[in-house]
Design a protein around this ligand. Structure first.
Ligand SMILES: O=c1ccn([C@@H]2O[C@H](COP(=O)(O)OP(=O)(O)O[C@H]3O[C@H](CO)[C@@H](O)[C@H](O)[C@H]3O)[C@@H](O)[C@H]2O)c(=O)[nH]1
Ligand SMILES: [Mn+2]
Length: 979
């Protein structure tokens, strides 16, 4: 039987054997035999068949859509052209169903989803709505389907004896239909031979219901066949060939037989009749499907010849000029409407609250200020919700726009800063995953910046470069998607070649671990004399004081992998650091990379990756290219940002490590305005956007000149070293202010993105279903909070009738929040974790972050970039896996969290007692109780950590004591103040 994805059903079979209609319908395989019942209808021979036959026949149409034109319809050629210009990936055909309905038959799921992702299109100003086609599709029960005119036929019937024919077309709904039992004549069966060129097939539903065969079918099918012997001209074949080339569609194959020689199901019929002998083509309608076949027409004994109209398409459309394929598309997210409605209601309620509630007493002035402030904050957040955008890319079509050998070169920047917080094997794995992109290897370079200035990292990279020679071909040949070896070998169950790779990787790890334990690279571990030389010089290097080290580890022009395929470039850079010169953290490192890469490969595209964010999809660069190669889109496109996605989160993501709101919801919202923010990693930049303001035209191709000599040649290395020197930016104040990644913020990524937007650049958010890059989220609470503390520093730059209003304001934001969160694939438990972490951060890292910032303003301290630890600790990990918070560090964060938790639980208990024992107490206390109850629920893990837990994650006694002390002080203060 024909599989649903088959775009070339057996009707199109290219055999020259003579076949009867029945044979043609049955197809070549005996297994797919169709059960026909020979019968007669109204005295004529007929074939009765079951509804399942219809489904079988409809199988090749699983990717078929119906387009309904609401008012007027453009010419079918224009509609065809429209679809042709979409550059679909597979064959398709477009045909008429009736005056208002067009059918498009596609050949694969991709095209189908792509077209169906929009429900309304406009062609020449005519609105076209898309509907799914199914065998039951009924053109809205419009009566005209019953008497649909047959597809255009020309009266050129000169050849052949009868010269005329008819085709009886009938598709009906059983309701209201009068089947005539008397018309079925069993005796006529004998008259009907399957080969009989004149077949009338009729299926009368009521008959079949009587027979108990077709009870479920709502359809009556009446198929009349009247096709006879053939004759076809050379010219027609040519024409159909031409049509083939235009629509890339397999249409009816001509066969040399005397009788019915080909039947096709296809909507392409009316275009097809464009041939010179349209009399050859006849069609029937089967539930809106068109069966067409070719053959000369004989007259039917019972019917007068039908004089058919001239074909509409006597001239085939000329071949269309090649058009740019559609590489991406977008849509305003459906939730925008809900958001806007919510915005309206919410702002009205807020206004009401501010206007009426606060005019009652003068003492409520302070509350008014607080409410205005909160309302303002709320208002700022609404920008994210006004116009969220969804996007789709079609990297499969890229090859139609640009051959892969003409792809722009890509430089990947990977930053690392401390071998003990960012284990070198992990960093090397990330680099390997980028080296293994499905990208032309002569245009791909990976640069690693080591701010730790560590020989351990360089050693790991020497090892990784060797490993790459086998790893890259292994990934390519086995279609591996996870190309970070560390991630790949974590999932168990390797065999054969994979097992071999695993052994190699394990030995790499062992050697690096060995060096890590010693704390330096023992020369015994190194084989080649050149490598030995390099490590010998390493003696007096410290993190903050060392010369620049630039090492070309792989060079595309000379290094080949184990199969002889050229390898991409891999370059290790540790920029020069001197205590006297500011190094500007990650932004400084990225700028050094920007300059060094300029002297070496100078690729127009740059991808920045954190050392712990490995590639999870080797085609990610192609997705970014869908935007960069779209000439209409790219002149002011600065960056394409992928979201940060994470692996290894525990079930409820208790520390809210995935940041869906920031990385997905927020970015989608901004994408509808000027573009998403840059989040530092997984971000493809156009190099020129980091140097200048948006140009109006595309840059000329010689903008990115590269020297032709080897990267490892003296000349290039000298220039590179100059670019990596700590002195370079002296007297070049434009670096970090107008050029490159911007300084002055610990969240250089946000700041740089923001500055680029200010210059008029735009950005795009690319969020494919399969995460393009994956990272490890911090697994300890201290790390999670320190990270957010740094982020916060960087970002500086009531029971009365009003209850319901408050309740609405509180609940509706929470519900909206929840809906949005779940809509982007979040689970309810994860949402709970997210909002809990939000509260926890509000009382810990944001407070401390603010403090840091103020202290740095008045010159008391300078905030530093405290790296998030990527080291995995056994016990911590286990607790994390079990969804347990780890409070075991004596951190001031936890004191403030503990204090708030205690204050709230005590307030809640006292409030509850008050509410119960006092008359009217509940009325008075309701809101307070609800609020503190909410916080107590959220603080549950804190109480456990303080009082009940025995494991390693419990709160240190000192922290518990400090919290209790602090909260009792607060109570005293409150008591003193309020009484
Ligand atoms: O002086 C430095 C400090 C950091 N890094 C690198 O910066 C990256 C991010 O550091 P990490 O400790 O992992 O910070 P996160 O908070 O996890 O990173 C987020 O926040 C940073 C800004 O605060 C952004 O730069 C990152 O892209 C973003 O993922 C890592 O690759 C580091 O090696 C350097 O290269 N040099
Ligand atoms: Mn990180």
């Amino acid at each position: 039987m024909v599989g649903p994805s088959s775009s070339n059903p057996w009707f199109f079979a290219k055999d020259s054997k003579s076949r009867s209609f029945k044979e043609v319908l049955e197809g070549p395989s005996a297994a797919a035999k169709i059960d026909f019942v020979h019968s007669t209808v109204k005295g004529l021979p007929a074939l009765l068949f079951d509804y399942s036959v219809v489904s079988k026949l409809a199988a090749p149409f699983s990717f078929t859509l119906v387009e309904k034109f609401m008012l007027k319809r453009p010419n079918i050629d224009i509609i065809r052209k429209f679809f042709f210009n979409l550059k679909l990936s597979g064959a398709f055909s477009v045909g008429l169903m009736d005056q208002r309905h067009i059918v498009i038959q596609l050949s694969n799921d991709l095209d189908y989803s792509r077209i169906f992702s929009r429900r309304v299109y406009y062609i020449m100003g005519c609105q076209m709505r898309l509907l799914k086609w199914t065998p039951e599709f009924d053109i809205e029960g419009e009566p005209d389907i019953l008497h649909r005119p047959n597809i255009v036929e020309e009266g050129d019937i000169a050849s052949g004896d009868g010269g005329d024919g008819y085709v009886d077309t009938h598709v009906d709904n059983i309701v209201g239909n009068d089947g005539d039992k008397e018309n079925v004549d069993e005796q006529m069966m004998a008259v009907l031979k399957p080969e009989d060129p004149s077949i009338k097939s009729d299926m009368d539903a009521e008959e079949l219901i009587e027979d108990g065969e077709l009870v479920a079918s709502p359809l009556q099918v009446n198929v009349s066949l009247n096709a006879i012997s053939k004759e076809h001209s050379q010219k027609e074949q040519e024409n159909s060939g031409m049509y083939n080339s235009i629509c890339r569609q397999n249409i009816v194959e001509l066969a040399d037989s005397e009788e019915v020689f080909s039947v096709s199901i296809g909507m392409n019929f009316d275009a097809f009749v464009g041939g010179s002998s349209p009399n050859f083509v006849r069609s029937i309608d089967l539930l809106g499907l068109q069966f067409c076949w070719r053959g000369e027409i004989t007259s039917h004994p019972n019917k007068t010849p039908t004089h058919l109209p001239r074909p509409k398409y006597s001239i085939l459309p000329p071949p269309l000029p090649p058009m740019a394929p559609l590489l991406h598309t977008h849509q305003i997210h459906p939730r925008a409407n809900l958001n806007r409605l919510h915005f309206l209601l919410y702002s009205l309620s807020l206004l009401l609250l501010l206007l009426l509630h606060h005019t009652t007493t003068p003492s409520s002035f302070l509350l008014l200020v607080a409410d205005v402030f909160l309302a303002f904050m709320w208002l700022l957040g609404q920008g994210y919700r006004w116009r969220p955008i969804r996007r789709w890319e079609f990297p499969e079509l890229l090859s139609k726009a640009t051959a892969s050998k003409d792809f722009p070169a890509l430089d990947v920047f990977i930053c690392t800063a401390d071998p003990y917080k960012e284990p070198p094997v992990g960093v090397a794995s990330t680099a390997l995953s980028a080296l293994a992109f499905d990208y032309p290897s002569d245009r791909l370079s990976v640069y690693v910046s080591d701010d730790g200035g560590s020989d351990l990292t360089l050693f790991a990279f020497f090892e990784a470069a060797k490993f790459a020679r086998c790893w890259l071909p292994f990934c390519r040949e086995n279609g591996v998607m996870e190309r970070s070896p560390e991630a790949y070998f974590q999932s168990d169950g390797c065999d054969g070649e994979a097992e071999e790779m695993k052994v190699m990787f394990e030995s790499l790890k062992e050697r690096v671990d060995c060096a890590m334990e010693k704390g330096y690279v023992d020369l015994n571990l190194v084989n080649s004399p050149e490598e030995k030389e390099i490590f010998k010089t390493w003696k007096n290097f410290t993190r903050k004081d060392h010369p620049s080290v630039i090492q070309v580890l792989l060079e595309s022009k000379k290094d080949k992998d184990s199969t002889g395929h050229p390898l991409p470039n891999l370059i290790y850079i540790s920029r020069e650091k001197r205590p006297a010169s500011p190094h500007n953290f990650k932004a400084g490192a990225l700028n050094a990379l920007l300059r060094v890469s300029e002297t070496m490969t100078n690729a127009p595209l740059i991808l920045t990756l954190d050392c712990d964010m490995f590639s999870n999809d080797p085609n990610a660069p192609q997705r970014a290219l869908c935007y960069f190669l779209d000439k209409n889109f790219s002149p002011n496109l600065s960056f394409v940002q992928f979201p940060q996605r994470y692996t290894g989160l525990n079930k409820n993501d208790i520390y809210d490590g995935e940041f869906r709101r920031v990385f997905i919801l927020g970015e989608q919202g901004l994408d509808g305005l000027q573009g998403p923010n840059c989040v530092g990693t997984g971000c493809f930049f156009s190099r020129r956007s980091l140097y200048s303001s948006p140009p109006v035209a595309m840059p000329s191709s010689d903008e990115f000149k590269v020297q032709n000599c080897l990267l490892s040649s003296k000349l290039v290395l000298l220039k590179a070293e100059e670019a990596a020197s700590s002195e370079y930016e002296h007297g070049r104040k434009e670096w970090g202010s107008q050029i490159g990644f911007r300084y002055g913020s610990l969240v250089e990524d946000y700041y740089t993105g923001y500055k680029l937007h200010c210059q008029g650049w735009r950005s795009v958010f690319c969020n494919p279903d399969r995460p393009a890059f994956l990272g490890e989220a911090p697994k300890s609470l201290v790390d999670a909070l320190s990270q957010s503390r740094r982020w916060f520093v960087g970002l500086y730059e009531a029971s009365d009738p009003w209850f319901f209003l408050y309740a609405y304001l509180f609940l509706s934001t929470y519900v909206q929040d929840l809906i949005e969160f779940m809509e982007v694939g979040g689970l309810i438990q994860r949402w709970w974790s997210e909002q809990r972490m939000w509260l926890i951060k509000g009382i810990s890292c944001s407070t401390f972050g603010t403090l840091d910032f103020i202290l740095s303003l008045i010159g008391c301290s300078a905030p530093g970039f405290n790296l998030t630890s990527k080291v995995k600790k056994e016990e911590e990990n286990k607790l994390y896996e079990n969804g347990k918070f780890v409070f075991s560090t004596a951190s001031p964060f936890f004191v403030s969290i503990g204090t708030i938790a205690i204050v709230n639980v005590i307030s809640f208990i006292f409030g509850f007692i008050k509410a119960v024992i006092r008359v009217g107490g509940l009325d008075e206390m309701l809101i307070q109780l609800l609020l503190s109850g909410f916080i107590v629920t959220n603080s549950w893990p804190v109480y456990e950590a303080m009082f009940t837990r025995k494991d390693g994650g419990k709160m240190p006694e000192s922290v518990t004591k400090a919290s209790i002390l602090l909260s009792s002080k607060l109570f005293c203060l409150g008591n003193f103040y309020f009484t």
